[in-house]
Write a protein that binds this ligand. Structure first.
Ligand SMILES: [Fe+2]
Length: 344
């Protein structure tokens, strides 16, 4: 049973999360602890690009890494209040023998970017063996009312899309740098979880392009997919607080769009429109509580609690999980989101 979305016109029910994102109130969802169980056949969900929820599987690990998780939450609060990303990163890995700070940049063409750190990787003699491993701090939205932040670990230059190369040795180095800066990354790379993801994909996987998220109340991400070439999906782990998601296969979303938007008389047209979203479609997907209600009624509303994992498959471009995130609750949350790729 997926949770119900209570319409925004209803008085706020007791013990409910508001789905309120950047000025639009989409409704409420009950804030009870979920008793959701795993789906019986998640490999077919994977193949059709449907979201897969694994409730509570990180709970034990969260207990073990509680101090690290609290420290990261406090760090994001400081960053929201103007602390410097380099200073914060330095506090965490200043004495690391393998990674050395090299330089910082700010992409003036991207209003969301705060600072991108570049680090070198050195051997035991201090000789550089790799360069341009990056840790980029940015706002999630270009909107002052949304204080959600994220740090993405990668390498090279995004404009060259170097991170999509499957053989660059810096992939493993960027993954390792994420682990050094945020030890709680180990929760998502637990061997059992990797094995489960490999089972879904039908081949071993690696988890790269690691992102640490702190979604702030009233914020979140608009509808999108992560079907980049070679990326098989995304795995998200909720470490603290809650997030509400709308997540469903691309085809299912297109069907709802075709019903709601008179410009599309069938779901194939709506599907094509999702490739190049224009302003009216963007508003329908992200700013229309009536549409959000219909998506929720299609069993696409998911509330994640600490310990829950959500897999968003992209086995191919046609079958990919589209998703949208609402920060819920009174405090900023903490989550990890790693890209799923073929193992080397
Ligand atoms: Fe995403």
């Amino acid at each position: 049973m997926t949770p119900k979305l209570i319409p925004p016109s209803t008085p706020r029910p007791a013990n409910a999360f508001a789905l309120h994102r950047r000025g639009v109130h989409h409704g409420f969802v009950e804030a009870t602890t979920s008793d959701a169980e795993r789906a019986a056949d998640d490999t077919s969900d994977w193949r059709r690009g449907a979201p897969i929820r694994w409730p509570r599987i990180l709970q034990g690990g969260i207990e073990v890494l509680r101090t690290e998780i609290e420290s990261t939450r406090a760090m994001f609060d400081r960053l929201r209040n103007g602390a410097g990303w380099l200073d914060e990163c330095d506090r965490r890995v200043d004495d690391d023998p393998d990674f050395r700070y090299s330089s910082s940049t700010v992409d003036r063409s991207d209003p969301r970017e705060i600072e991108r750190l570049f680090v070198d990787v050195v051997d035991e003699n201090g000789t550089r063996i790799a360069r341009d491993v990056t840790a980029r701090l940015s706002w999630i939205a270009d909107d002052e009312s949304d204080l959600s932040l994220r740090v993405r670990f990668s390498f090279g230059y995004e404009s060259l899309r170097e991170w999509l190369a499957n053989e660059d040795p810096r992939i493993a180095l960027a993954d390792e740098f994420a682990q050094r800066v945020f030890p709680e990354c180990a929760l998502l790379t637990h061997p059992t979880l990797l094995e489960e993801l490999g089972r879904l994909h039908g081949a071993p996987v690696r988890l790269s392009e690691r992102i640490v998220y702190s979604n702030a109340p009233g914020g979140g991400a608009v509808f999108h997919h992560d079907a980049d070439p070679d990326q098989r999906g995304v795995v998200f782990g909720q470490l603290a607080g809650h997030t509400a998601w709308l997540a469903l296969p691309r085809g299912a979303l297109a069907e709802l769009v075709a019903i709601a938007d008179p410009r599309f008389d069938n779901s194939a047209r709506a599907m094509a429109a999702l490739d190049e979203i224009d302003e009216p479609l963007w508003r329908l997907l992200n700013m229309d509580p009536g549409f959000t209600q219909r998506v929720a009624e299609a069993n696409a509303l998911i509330v994640l609690a600490p310990g829950d994992v959500l897999v968003l498959p992209s086995p191919d471009r046609e079958n990919t999980a589209w998703h949208s995130v609402f920060a819920v609750g009174e405090q900023p949350s903490l989550g990890l989101s790693f890209g799923i790729f073929d193992a080397y």
